[in-house]
Design a protein around this ligand. Structure first.
Ligand code: ADP
Ligand code: MG
Length: 701
């Protein structure tokens, strides 16, 4: 019967090869099952009729009954259109067609009564409905429709081939008539009864043809439950599978490197969150199974240090380790701080980026294939095929949301046996999204900032208030502080009306002239040598101001910088703003984030800015981001491999249900980890059907 559902859509009565092609292309509906799972985006009450006198152009879709009193044409060439006068006893409106104008008067002759459905509009101060759905009134009345009529989204392309929402509804109806059996259940009986779900067959029928709101809700719940449940079951199953089958190197001891570092080189006390996370990591590393851990911690919470300590433990056990950063600037910064933190310990620290010279690279490769444990720091250059390790024990990815799944996967192949893997991310993601994106990883959270940090004060100014901002900057510089100014663009853009760095620099050079002031510049189009010169100027305090693009967004750590000015802040997303703000507030001094914007702000941009001013809490910001943008747009989710074309559930809104089904999935796997039990056979079949092809990467992150 599953085979039946896989029948190509062209074989469905009413479809045929040409429309099938359209459905394939536009809606990705290839077979009967795809069509059953092409859910309506909303429902309209088709029992309700309006009179023409009640209509106004602000209304959404309306249904009216009346008579076509005559047809005529208007306009020339491509704007030629067919117009019908349509009247009921309360008034007249125009029905307008730009396409299909030839056959409409024949199909719907004047003088008869019709039911019209469409969105009212206005043109030349006359009310109209463009391309209405139209049906003979007597036919409409005989047609069996439920009160709630499903509306399916279509495309321009489909509509011009007469594949309308109603057509889709009709072929789904045809399909249900063909199905002379119950659609096979995709959840085990015991789950259905225990969690009060309705049968799949009924859910699918009712989602397309709901007899009433109650049954529609039940249908939606069952289908959401199932969609989210299988995602979680799949993630958890991989985790169990991996834990069972992938052995990990055993780092049994904490040796001299770690201890020397901890007792002699570490200039401050670890926060208790850092200590707890280190314990979690050490437990993994000593367990004999491969670590796959996500380390989450807000910007500035001290993740780099945790990474370093884990790498020292690897070295103490004779293994090499590497850390991959998304930008050269960040890689270099890690290299500097790791070198400093490990000075005198006698561990080799290497840096490999795209601009490493060939001769140096040869040297590095020799070290990587050698016997000595080393720490390698690098960018994407590190996952190039040429780079191979002898005894790579631990691979760390910093700012992992900047990398795709495929890139992460490559780290596994760097050594004959897979290393322990830790991915670090500061971009806070809401819990529910994390459960889905990283649901197969163990998670450690640094939920505490190093002591003495004052919360960053965030303020919003309009471009017209720039002089106030400049005065504030001068006063901060006078106190010895440093300032970042970030621009969304390097040069002027014809399309985008945002501040650009070139112009900004000109204005700033006048407001902050040499020799009193020194401004350093940093953007992606500079050579890496020049970038480093700029960074150095700023790091050493010789420049008070750094003018930059978002190249400084991640990781850059200069504690004396206390002011972050973001130009055209309306241009940036919330997580990006939060990351940028995270560049300050890294020392003991009070820090400030100044969001500059034009006066014209869209509602969303105003909401983003308001959120930033209100809170410093990364998780709260992440929740707001999810609400404002939806999960598909959150940084990192695109590459995650999770199907964000979820058919019915919504990661932003269905958080509770996600937690609920994750627990259920966890319990099932606890009792039957391989899903071998007879009663769970359905689960295994469904998992294989849903995930086998697309998700073979899942065992690698
Ligand atoms: P992130 O989590 O954003 O990567 P970093 O690792 O860059 O944060 O740490 C931010 C700054 O805090 C660095 O200058 C680091 O040396 C410092 N730091 C880290 N841990 C502590 C601590 N326990 N006490 C004081 N400062 C710390
Ligand atoms: Mg960092």
């Amino acid at each position: 019967m599953n085979n039946f559902l896989e029948t190509e859509i062209k074989f469905l009565p009413g479809v045929g090869p040409k429309r099938a092609e359209q459905l394939n292309k536009e809606l990705k509906v290839y077979n009967f099952r795809d069509l059953l799972y092409y859910f309506p985006y909303r429902y309209v009450d088709r029992t309700k009729f309006y009179t023409i006198s009640e209509l106004d152009p602000e209304m959404q879709y309306v249904q009216i009954k009346g008579t076509i009193t005559g047809y005529f044409y208007e306009g020339k060439g491509s704007s030629r259109r067919l117009i019908a006068e349509f009247s009921d006893i309360t008034g007249t409106i125009r029905l307008i067609w730009f396409k299909g104008t030839r056959w409409i008067p024949d199909s719907y002759p004047a003088g008869k009564e019709y039911v019209i459905f469409g969105k009212p509009g206005v043109f030349n101060s006359l009310l109209n409905i463009i391309h209405p759905e139209i049906e003979l009134a007597e036919k409409r009345e005989s047609r069996l429709t439920s009160a709630l009529e499903a509306q399916y989204s279509t495309t321009e392309q489909l509509r011009s081939n007469y594949i309308t929402s109603r057509f889709i509804s009709k072929i789904i109806g045809n399909l249900f008539q063909m199905i002379n059996f119950r659609i096979p259940e995709t959840l085990p009986e015991y789950i259905i009864s225990e969690y009060n779900l309705i049968a799949l067959h009924d859910a699918l029928y009712n989602i397309h043809f709901p007899p009433n709101n109650l049954l529609l809700e039940k249908a939606r719940y069952r289908l959401k439950f199932e969609e989210l449940f299988y995602i979680q079951l799949n993630l958890l199953r991989y985790r169990i599978h991996r834990n069972k089958n992938t052995r990990g190197f055993v780092f049994s001891k904490v040796g001299d490197l770690f201890n020397n570092f901890y007792f002699n080189n570490l200039p401050f006390e670890l926060t208790s969150a850092q200590k707890r996370v280190m314990k979690e990591i050490r437990k993994d590393l000593g367990s004999g199974r491969q670590m796959n851990r996500l380390l989450q911690g807000d910007v500035g919470s001290g993740k780099t240090l945790v990474a370093l300590m884990a790498m020292l433990i690897a070295a103490d056990n004779g293994y090499k380790s590497c850390i991959m950063a998304p930008t050269e600037i960040l890689a270099y910064q890690h290299y500097r701080s790791v070198t400093r933190f490990t000075s005198g310990l006698g561990i080799k620290v290497l840096l490999l980026t795209g601009s490493t010279k060939k001769s140096e690279r040869k040297q590095i490769e020799k070290f990587l294939m050698g016997e000595e444990p080393v720490i390698l720091i690098g960018t994407h250059a590190l996952i190039e095929e040429k780079v191979q390790f002898n005894r790579l024990g631990l691979a760390i990815i910093d700012e992992q949301h900047r990398f795709g799944v495929a890139q992460r996967a490559k780290l596994w192949e760097k050594s004959s046996e897979p290393p322990h893997v830790m991915v670090m991310t500061a971009t806070p993601i809401p819990r529910t999204l994390a459960m889905t994106l990283y649901g197969d990883l163990d998670v450690s959270v640094i939920n505490e900032m190093p002591p003495g940090r004052k919360p960053i004060k965030t303020m919003h100014f309009f471009d017209s208030e720039r002089s106030k901002v400049f005065a504030f900057m001068r006063s901060q510089i006078k106190e010895g502080r440093q300032i970042y100014i970030v621009f969304p663009l390097i040069t002027e853009s014809e399309k985008l009306d945002y501040k650009n760095l070139d112009e900004g620099l000109e204005i700033l050079s006048q407001a902050f002239p040499p020799p009193e002031y020194c401004i350093s510049v940093l953007h992606g189009k500079m050579t890496s040598a020049n970038k480093e010169i700029s960074m150095k100027l700023f790091r050493e305090g010789k420049a008070q101001i750094m003018v930059a693009t978002t190249v400084i967004e991640v990781g850059v750590d200069i504690p004396n910088a206390t002011v972050m000015v973001i130009e055209s802040a309306e241009r940036f997303g919330l997580s990006q703003l939060h990351q940028l703000r995270g560049r300050v507030g890294r020392g003991a001094d009070q820090s400030y984030c100044i969001l500059m914007s034009s006066e014209k702000l869209s509602k969303e941009a105003a909401a983003r800015i308001e959120t930033m001013v209100r809170t410093n809490d990364g998780f709260e910001i992440a929740e707001a981001d999810l609400r404002l943008r939806g999960p598909g747009d959150i940084e990192g989710t695109q590459q995650s491999g999770i199907p964000f074309d979820l058919k019915i559930s919504n990661l932003a809104k269905d958080g509770q249900l996600i937690e609920y089904v994750r627990n259920i999935a966890g319990k099932i796997l606890e009792n039957d980890p391989m899903l071998e039990n007879n009663k769970n056979r359905v689960l295994l079949n469904e998992l294989n059907r849903l995930f086998s092809r697309k998700y073979s990467w899942s065992n690698i992150s």
